[in-house]
Design a protein. Structure first.
Length: 86
């Protein structure tokens, strides 16, 4: 696994867990809590990326990390929307 993915996948996993927890614990207010999960993902991304000793590719790793997190949260938002249509 490339070094760049080793610093990105933990953020994606944390966002996935956060989205699942929000959908299970507070589905009625998920649209309030999912942006909080994204904010936590931004903070976690910077903590992890600043902890990596490589300067090369920092911006690319941050973009990949946050784009994946946003994609996961878009899917979670679609799930919330589809569940409210029923």
């Amino acid at each position: 696994m490339p070094t760049s993915l080793r610093s990105v996948i933990p953020v994606w996993a944390a966002v996935l867990v956060g989205a699942i927890v929000v959908l299970l614990v507070a589905p009625a207010s998920a649209l309030t809590w999912l942006p909080v999960v994204m904010a936590a993902a931004i903070l976690l991304t910077f903590v992890i990326q600043l902890g990596v000793s490589r300067k090369e590719g920092l911006v690319e790793r941050i973009i990949v990390s946050l784009t994946g997190a946003l994609g996961i949260l878009i899917l979670a938002t679609l799930v919330v929307w589809l569940l409210t249509l029923r």
